[in-house]
Design a protein around this ligand. Structure first.
Ligand SMILES: [Zn+2]
Ligand SMILES: [Zn+2]
Length: 458
């Protein structure tokens, strides 16, 4: 069994195996009291044969003193019979290191440090919250899949219940509500805040005008209209901004006009097709308007008018809403929405969505991923893997592994990578290529652009 070292916890406690610095004691025997003090010895790091290829690792990410000759050699001056050695190991998940100590810089007569080798692991702290009744998943349930990437999620505090509130990609009230409820995390740079909300919305305004005729009104002088783009929906409060209704006779002369306010309302939300409407007590969104003209000026004369026409101008506050996941562009924040206006994400898709977004938060998938030279670790190449979508449609910064190519786009099959550009119906784990990227990702700072820097997302 290798000893786990949490290489991404910067400024952590080395005695708790936090940080890249491995600390162990060098024991020396003395020929007479005090003779060991001041003697120089040499600690050699012994990277495992299966460690990450150096061409994927920048100089700063490799084991300490890799470039010296001999490599991985650190001089330690003894302080007595027991001297702490501190050696910095590489950052790639699963990299294993043993050590040996020699009195000579050429490693002759070196003695192997007893005990198990050290193995690089990465810790991700998670604070998690959900709006009442929204589907959620315990992030630690992903640890089985993350173990092969040498990543472990540790939950900080319990699942917090958050108030129902608007959620937008830029301003995220549930995120600050979670922050307030859960408090400051132990290591903010590697703590991911995950919120499960009902929907992700983009508020906006919609202006619309349309014609109507007497034949469109019922006997009760009512008319139901569906908002023209059925992806649009809006909240119950303050949805109506402005509007006016005009009636014209057969020759186009104005017969009546009135502000819209007293004649239009939103119809009751329809029953949820999924049978999960109990999840959201404020009700499902509707895109249907009910016009009631019973009290509209001159309405009965207009109804009898041959060739009569009406015109409606309406200004609405609308909301484009979607279900799915969102990794915040800069902060280590993940929002998972269980519904759009009408559709619920299936519960079984929740772990897949969360895994996908955590993939982004930990530096998957990128436009450019640097390659390095084997000797000095200078960047000399870039990886253009995810440019694939530019030519084939879809959303970039995603992985197409395991998908089926169609004429101008692709479809996820059961074996598709979880980093495919849409979730649901595809695979539920990282492909080999995405696993390799996650293993070498420097995870001391989390967040979509923080892991590799801006260049990766450009
Ligand atoms: Zn994505
Ligand atoms: Zn992939």
């Amino acid at each position: 069994m290798a000893k786990k070292i949490w290489v991404n916890i910067e400024g952590g406690d080395p005695t708790k195996s936090e940080g890249r610095v491995v600390q162990f004691d060098i024991n020396a025997t003395e020929t007479k009291p005090g003779s060991a003090k001041g003697v120089d010895v040499f600690v050699f790091g012994e990277p495992d044969g299966g460690n990450e290829d150096a061409t994927y690792m920048g100089a700063a990410h490799r084991g300490q003193n890799f470039q010296t000759d001999p490599p991985y050699c650190t001089k330690v001056t003894l302080v007595g019979t027991k001297t702490p050695a501190k050696v910095q190991i590489s950052i790639a998940g699963g990299d294993k290191w043993g050590f040996k100590v020699s009195k000579k810089a050429d490693a002759s007569g070196a003695k192997k440090k007893p005990g198990d080798p050290y193995e690089a692991w990465r810790k991700i702290y998670v604070q998690v919250g959900h709006m009442a009744d929204c589907s959620s998943v315990d992030p630690t349930s992903l640890n089985g899949k993350l173990a092969k990437l040498f990543i472990e999620i540790e939950k900080v505090g319990a699942m917090r219940e958050l108030p129902h509130a608007g959620t937008s990609p830029e301003i995220v009230p549930p995120m600050s509500a979670l922050g307030k409820a859960a408090g400051a995390p132990p290591h903010p740079a590697i703590t991911v805040r995950v919120v499960f909300v009902d929907r992700i919305i983009r508020p906006g305004d919609l202006k619309w005008d349309f014609d109507f005729t007497p034949s469109m009104l019922s006997k009760g002088r009512q008319m139901k209209i569906k908002v023209k783009d059925d992806k649009l929906s809006w909240p119950f409060d303050d949805w109506l901004q402005s509007g006016k209704i005009y009636l014209f006779d057969g020759k186009g002369a104005r017969m009546a006009e009135d502000p819209i306010q007293n004649f239009v309302s939103r119809t009751k939300a329809g029953k949820g097709s999924s049978g999960r409407s109990y999840e959201h007590k404020e009700g499902l969104v509707t895109n249907r308007l009910l016009f009631d003209f019973k009290k509209f000026p001159n309405i009965e004369r207009w109804m009898a008018e041959k060739g009569g026409k009406g015109k409606i101008f309406i200004g609405m506050r609308n909301i484009e809403s979607s279900a799915g996941g969102l990794a915040h562009p800069t902060s280590p924040w993940v929002t998972v929405a269980s519904r759009s206006g009408w559709f619920y994400k299936k519960r079984k898709d929740m772990p897949q969505i969360l895994l996908h977004e955590l993939g982004h938060i930990t530096g998957n998938v990128l436009r450019h991923i640097p390659r390095f030279t084997a000797d000095t670790g200078v960047s000399d190449d870039s990886d253009e893997n995810s440019m694939w979508y530019d030519k084939h449609g879809g959303v970039g910064n995603h992985c197409h592994s395991g998908s089926t190519l169609k004429a101008d786009t692709c479809e996820a099959g059961p074996g598709a990578c979880v980093m495919f550009h849409s979730t649901g119906g595809g695979g539920n784990d990282f492909c080999d290529s995405c696993q390799k990227i996650l293993k070498r990702a420097p995870l001391s700072k989390l967040g979509r652009v923080n892991v590799w820097g801006d260049a990766g997302w450009a």
